[in-house]
Structures are given as structure tokens and as C-alpha cells.
Design a protein around this ligand. Structure first.
Ligand code: AMP
Ligand code: MG
Length: 468
């Protein structure tokens, strides 16, 4: 124990595979305390895998090296990708052998978040009818993490809803933002949600290799409940659970008028889908290099592209990384558009790394749609003959390369560094961490070959186990 500290573990409730699992709690996470750094940012430090807590039930409180490396690398990778997440400060391998399906090496991750409060903390007080602590927790969360929330003061431009409805609105908005980001990269572990809309607890998760809406990364998920395409729905279900958990506070705030409370709660929940779709659309528009976003882009440009790359089983990351090389015109010089051209349309040229030859033909019609949209993006819908300049093209490429990573934490890469660490070689974990800390830089040829390729045949289908 750190001298002078007063560590704690959280009690919380939760749902597993859709059913209420009752009281759980941090069975192997211990919060050491909070520090406020020189920039005034508050961090709650937590050890995961350091041993038993009051909520360990029949388990040992330890974590295996395998899952600890995944959490350590992924939380840092996520941060550098710009996806809302908690962070990892240190990973410490232990000499302890931990018994799982087989004996494994143990480890501890020291992880950081502004707060580790999760939806399940509220759910527990709701489930046990403990409205006093429910309110204390909500008030604490508002004071510490949502200080902008103020009770209505009766003025026209002040808040129109009570502070607990505002809390719900904030949590819903942050969650929709987080899910939109994940939807642009992969499948998150959706059974743990932070009230701050941060990815927490890296259980079964996976970045996309090939784009596959039906992809399930959790070995224990036989029904596809947590498939990639279900992710937005799972997020919404979690928000409904959270709204239910704090509903007693909202009802109380509405003077016991349940109808009024439901009239406040519903719109707060309804904004989830519109925020998610808007954020996702904007992210995807950026991925294809559009500076402006139109709502129709999802239907007209982005979904048709995703349908093609799913059918052609092309690697999602490599595809988007390569797409920046597309040129609107065939030269970088000033060039007339198709509509104004006297010499006929230019053949768009594009080479997608590690794709099947059939992709070229499948993509051709879409590239025409894309080219038109890029031209409109440059000029606005009214300018009939925009100029494509080298500097505009370079700007688009730069923007695309700053959102489409060269490097992501693929399962087989994690597997490779885990195997090295299990025999005492941590250099590979550090090397991969280094690359994941600058995911948008091409790096050296050696790095690209080592860490930047598609999934090799030997690793196809490597999934993660839940025993961690
Ligand atoms: P998870 O599936 O990892 O989200 O864990 C579900 C619940 O079991 C959480 O409350 C964990 O804290 C707890 N848990 C998982 N593994 C262990 C362990 N080795 N020791 C104690 N509790 C654990
Ligand atoms: Mg968990």
C-alpha cells in the first residue's frame, strides 16, 4: 500500500449477455487514489491484477500477462488513434503463475482514468433500492466530472431540464461519440461502460482486419449478440439501462410526476442515434478525405464503399490507408474535370495494398462516384469546373493519412509480442508500443513489413479468449 493512501475497489452491478448479473464489483482492480497533474488534470490510478478485493468472489484477483499486454497496448493505441479511452501507465510482469485453462504468467497493469465510475455503479444502487447513495453518486459525478451542469434557474437561456436529466444527456452524448469512433475502427468490449464515454476494461475487443459487419470477436458469443454491426444497438441498450437506473432521481426532480419525467428522459435517450450517426458519418467522411460532410454522404458514398470492401474481403486498414493515393486527375498539374474535359474522362488510378485483383473492377464504378464527390467538396455544388491543384490534393492526402492509421493492434501482432514476453523478452512489447504510439506515420520499411501488413495466413481467425 502506498503510504498515506486509502485504496478502494468499486462495487457495481451489470449485465452479461443481456441478463442482469446482480452485484459484481472490481474483483481485481484496486484504485490507489487520485492525483492532479501540473496541468490541473485529475487522474485516478488503478492497479488491475494486484490481488483480491472485497468483490473477488471465488476468483483470485490476478490477471494474466496475455490479457494485461492487450489492455496496456490497446489503451495506448486507442489514445493515439483519437478514440476515447482510459490510459495505461505501466505494465509489470510478475513471477507468479496464475491458473486459468492452463498455468500462465501473471501481470499487473497500472491504468489511469479521470474516473473509473461506470454505469454499473448506478445500476447497483438502483437494483438495491438505495436511492440515497444513488443520489450521492450522481451528485458526486456531476460536481467532479460535469461541472457545467446547473439546475434550471427559470431563465429562458438557462437549462430547461433538471440536473439529472442533463447528466443523462451528457452520458448519452459521450457514449454515442465513443461508439461512433469504435464503429469506424472495430469491435469494442461493450459490457463495461464508463460514465465519461471512455473505453474501459479491454476484454474481448478487436480492430477490423477485413471489413465484415457480422464479425464477432468474442469467442463465447455464439449468437452474435456483440457482432460489429450490433455495437450501436448494444450501446443504446446500455443507455436505456443507465436511464432506468437514474430514473428515480429524474422523477424526484420532476416533483414525482412520472409523465413529465418520461417526457424529459425520452428525448435525452433519443439523441443517441442521431449523435452516433452524425459523428460516424463525419469520421467516415474524413477517412475518405472530404473536408465537408453532407448527411447524404453515408448513403451515397460511404455505405456503397463498405459494401464493396466487405464483398471483396479487403483489409479495412490497408484499404483506407491506400485510398489517399487516389488522384482526382491523372496528373498533379491543373487539370480540367470530367464535365469540362475535351479529352474525355481520366482513368482514376489507385493501388490498394495487398488486395485481390478483382477489387479493381469492383471498385471502378464507386471511384467515379468518389471522384465527383471530391470535386464537389473542392468547389461546392454550384461551381461547375473546379480546379484540382497539387496543393489541394496534397492537403486531402495529409488529412486522410492523419485519420487512417498505418498501424493498428491486430490480434496476431499482440499474440507475437505476448509469446515473446511470456519467455521474458519485453523488447517486442516496447517496439510495438512505439509503433502504435505514432499510428499515422509510415515509419521505416522494416517497421511496415513487421507491424503494418494484413493478417498472414497462419493467423487468420485468431480470436481472444475471455479467461483473463
Ligand atoms: P470481466 O468478464 O473481466 O469483465 O469480469 C467480470 C467480473 O469478474 C468483474 O467484476 C471482474 O472484476 C471479475 N473478475 C474477473 N476476473 C477476476 C479475477 N481473476 N479475480 C477476481 N475477479 C475477477
Ligand atoms: Mg469487465
Amino acid at each position: 500500500m502506498v503510504p498515506g493512501s486509502n485504496p478502494w475497489a468499486y462495487a457495481y452491478a451489470g449485465h452479461q449477455f443481456g441478463s442482469f448479473a446482480g452485484q459484481l464489483g472490481d474483483g481485481r482492480a484496486i484504485s490507489l487514489g487520485e492525483v492532479v497533474n501540473t496541468r490541473g488534470r485529475r487522474w485516478e490510478l488503478q492497479l488491475k491484477g494486484a490481488g483480491m478485493t472485497p468483490y473477488s468472489r471465488f476468483a483470485d484477483g490476478y490477471a494474466v500477462l496475455r490479457s494485461s499486454i492487450r489492455e496496456f497496448l490497446c489503451s495506448e493505441a486507442m489514445f493515439h488513434l483519437g478514440i476515447p479511452t482510459t490510459r495505461a501507465l505501466a505494465l509489470i510482469g510478475s513471477s507468479r503463475i496464475v491458473q486459468r485453462e492452463q498455468d500462465e504468467s501473471g501481470a499487473i497493469v497500472c491504468r489511469l482514468a479521470p474516473s473509473w465510475i461506470r454505469l454499473g455503479n448506478f445500476e447497483l444502487f438502483y437494483a438495491t433500492g438505495d436511492s440515497e447513495n444513488l443520489q450521492k453518486l450522481a451528485d458526486y459525478a456531476i460536481t467532479m466530472h460535469f461541472p457545467e451542469i446547473q439546475p434550471p434557474d427559470g431563465s429562458v437561456d438557462g437549462p430547461q431540464t433538471g440536473k439529472y436529466t442533463q447528466l443523462l444527456e451528457r452520458v448519452v452524448a459521450k457514449t454515442a461519440e465513443m461508439i461512433a469512433h469504435w464503429q469506424a475502427y472495430g469491435v469494442m468490449n461493450t459490457d463495461n461502460f464508463s460514465i465519461l464515454g471512455l473505453t474501459i476494461d479491454y476484454g474481448p475487443f478487436q480492430f477490423l482486419d477485413g471489413y465484415d459487419p457480422d464479425y464477432v470477436c468474442n469467442k463465447s458469443d455464439f449468437t452474435g449478440m456483440y457482432a460489429f454491426s450490433e455495437q450501436p444497438e448494444v450501446g443504446l441498450r446500455n443507455m436505456v439501462k443507465f436511464a432506468t437506473a437514474i430514473s428515480p432521481l429524474i422523477i424526484q426532480e420532476c416533483g414525482g410526476d412520472r409523465e413529465k419525467a418520461s417526457g424529459e428522459l425520452r428525448p435525452a435517450l433519443n439523441q443517441y442515434s442521431s449523435i452516433l450517426s452524425d459523428r460516424y458519418g463525419r469520421l467516415m467522411a474524413k477517412k475518405i478525405g472530404l473536408a465537408t460532410y453532407k448527411e447524404t454522404d453515408l448513403q451515397d458514398v460511404i455505405y456503397p464503399l463498405l459494401t464493396i470492401i466487405a464483398k471483396e474481403a479487403v483489409d479495412y486498414t490497408l484499404f483506407f490507408r491506400s485510398l489517399s493515393q487516389f488522384s482526382i486527375a491523372s496528373t498533379d498539374a491543373l487539370y480540367p474535370t470530367e464535365a469540362c474535359s475535351r479529352t474525355g474522362p481520366t482513368e482514376p488510378r489507385l493501388i490498394i495494398a495487398q488486395a485481390k485483383p478483382s477489387l479493381g473492377a469492383a471498385l471502378q464504378p464507386w471511384l467515379e462516384i468518389y471522384r465527383k464527390r471530391l470535386l464537389e467538396d473542392i468547389s461546392g455544388p454550384d461551381e461547375s469546373c473546379p480546379l484540382v491543384t497539387a496543393s489541394r490534393e496534397a492537403e486531402r492526402r495529409k488529412q486522410m493519412d492523419s485519420i487512417n492509421p498505418r498501424y493498428i493492434l491486430r490480434n496476431h501482432l499482440a499474440q507475437t509480442v505476448i509469446e515473446a514476453a511470456e519467455v521474458g523478452n519485453y523488447a517486442e512489447v516496447n517496439e510495438l508500443l512505439n509503433v502504435l504510439s505514432r499510428p499515422f506515420e509510415d515509419g521505416s520499411i522494416q517497421e511496415q513489413e513487421r507491424w503494418g501488413g494484413a493478417v498472414p495466413d497462419w493467423a487468420a481467425g485468431v480470436k481472444c479468449s475471455c479467461s483473463s
